[in-house]
Write a protein that binds this ligand. Structure first.
Ligand code: SAM
Ligand code: SF4
Length: 489
């Protein structure tokens, strides 16, 4: 149980709105123009593995100048290596249905977008999609849904069970997370019983006025219902929740501070912070009106990722394929711990991928554009590499691709907190499990050249383990080469 005296007076906030615009704006005002020494002192506290207060986070957000910039980015890099090691967890989103009653101005699926092509996968289609994902070697999925009476908690629980049930050859999905509109407590219990991993939902913007401008109708227009969603999820026993902000709606500094406030709230009320934080930036979408947006520039985006890393050292950070590949490759060093790869946003996209690739090549030959059809998808994807291509790049950069789901399957929930709080946990569990799951992927799914390079990386990294673990992992790697699967520590 986490105890932080700074937040112990927040316990009464359970189920109640907890964001005060005045509080956040005052903290941002009072921490303007910090000296490089102050910035260094805050970074040092973070490197001592303390979670930062809102004031300290605001110092990093407000810091200006090259020296301060260098201290923050270097600090985030060091912290990422110290806490998470050189491993990146991989997953893929699976869009189940895009019917939606809401009118979120930025989203291609909004009810008012007449051009959106609506589709909900049948059970047979879900199975076909999952087979496509398993054939690429995916082990962790996040299921994504619009908000619609068709997508009740019971329906969502059923789709999660359908996904878990698809097994072919060595393929199986070991962790199903969900990104779906918030439920009441009973609804959250229903999806928990289906064995979901993380429940993820983004507040989009924590600023009530900005929220109102972009959420023009439907249940999601209710700011407080969304803000208190994680309280209901945790009350229902879901330990792993994923927070997020859609950057590009309001002031990014305000939003980062509000995210930290949300972390405080969950820690105070439930004794555990979020499992992950996501920070999508708005991308082009079907009939998107860009005039009302406040785009976040690349440099600011890098800063906000680094600041989040330092502010909440034990929370996983997710970077999606909304971002272009070069930026993704760069940001991994500043503290990202999970990325999606081989992503298809079109509903039914994994099944139709092969067919569409063939069409694309034919179109290119005929001189036609091979662009995404935005009317079928929620937004435009910037990193369209396959899973194997992304893994190749990670290996090149010396990062270990990981499909690990060991903590979840062995009942070690709240794993990011454990990684942070249990001495040597990453070295003893996370790195070995990353190596084992990557070895399985290499045996079953890798193109030959990548298999060779991947095995070299595994050899180097296994040699760096403590002697006891090194021998144990060596024995397990041998068993994997001999055809055994699902070997975890
Ligand atoms: N419908 C549910 C909801 O709104 O929470 C669940 C999933 S929604 C399909 C997933 C997320 O995509 C949203 O929470 C939003 O942050 C993000 N999103 C929507 N439109 C986007 C856009 N144009 N560019 C990037 N991300 C977008
Ligand atoms: Fe619907 Fe979610 Fe898109 Fe809003 S963001 S329109 S709720 S799918």
């Amino acid at each position: 149980m986490l105890f932080n005296p700074q937040i112990c007076n927040l316990k009464d906030e359970k189920f109640r709105p907890f964001i005060s615009v005045e509080e956040i704006e005052a903290i941002l005002r009072n921490t303007r123009n910090p000296s490089p020494e102050r910035v260094q002192a805050v970074v040092d506290r973070s490197l001592g593995l303390a979670r930062l207060s809102m004031e300290e986070t605001a110092v990093l957000l407000n810091a200006r100048g090259e020296e301060a910039e260098r201290i923050i980015l270097e600090g985030a890099r060091t912290l990422k290596r110290r806490v998470y090691g050189d491993r990146i967890v991989l997953f893929a989103p699976l869009y189940i249905g895009n019917r939606c009653i809401n009118n979120c101005a930025y989203c291609g699926f909004r009810a008012g977008n007449r051009d959106a092509l609506r589709r909900t996968l049948t059970d047979a289609e879900i199975e076909s999609e999952v087979r496509g994902l398993e054939e690429a070697g995916q082990k962790r999925l996040i299921l994504v849904y619009g908000e619609h009476p068709d997508y009740s908690a019971e329906y969502i629980a059923r789709t999660a069970r359908v996904v878990y049930g698809v097994r072919q050859d060595n393929g199986r999905i070991n962790r199903v997370n969900i990104n779906a509109a918030p439920f009441d407590i009973e609804g959250f219990r229903t999806v928990k019983e289906a064995g979901i991993g993380t429940y993820q939902i983004f507040q989009e913007t924590y600023h009530p006025g900005t929220y109102k401008r972009f959420h023009l109708g439907g249940r999601k227009a209710d700011y407080e219902w969304r803000l208190t969603a994680m309280d209901r999820a945790m009350e229902a026993g879901i330990d792993d929740v994923g927070l997020g902000v859609l950057f590009g709606l309001g002031d990014w500094r305000f939003e980062v501070l509000a995210l930290v406030r949300h972390v405080n709230h969950l820690e105070a009320c439930f004794g555990v912070g979020p499992h992950t934080i996501s920070f999508p930036r708005i991308q082009n979408a079907s009939n998107l009106d860009r005039t009302a947006l406040s785009p976040v520039a690349d440099d600011d985006f890098i800063r906000l990722v680094a600041v989040l890393r330092l502010a909440v050292p034990y929370t996983g950070l997710i970077l999606t394929a909304r971002e272009p590949r070069n930026l993704r490759d760069r940001l991994i060093g500043f503290g990202v711990s999970q990325i999606d790869a081989g992503t298809q946003l079109e509903i039914g996209g994994y099944t139709e991928h092969a067919r569409r690739l063939a069409q694309l090549r034919a179109a290119e030959k005929a001189g036609e554009s091979g662009e995404q059809n935005l009317h079928r998808e929620q937004f435009e994807l910037m990193d369209t590499r396959s899973l194997a291509e992304t893994i190749g790049q990670l290996v090149e950069a010396g990062q270990i691709p990981s499909f690990c789901t060991a903590c979840y399957r062995k009942g070690r929930t709240g794993e990011h907190f454990m990684e942070f709080s249990t001495k040597g946990f990453i070295k003893s569990f996370c790195t070995p499990n990353a190596l084992l799951t990557f070895a399985e992927w290499l045996e079953d799914y890798a193109p030959e050249g990548l298999r060779v390079r991947g095995r070299e990386l595994i050899g180097r990294r296994t040699a760096e383990l403590d002697p006891g673990r090194r021998e144990e992992v060596g024995r397990l790697l041998e068993r994997i080469r001999n055809g055994e699967r699902d070997l975890l520590l």
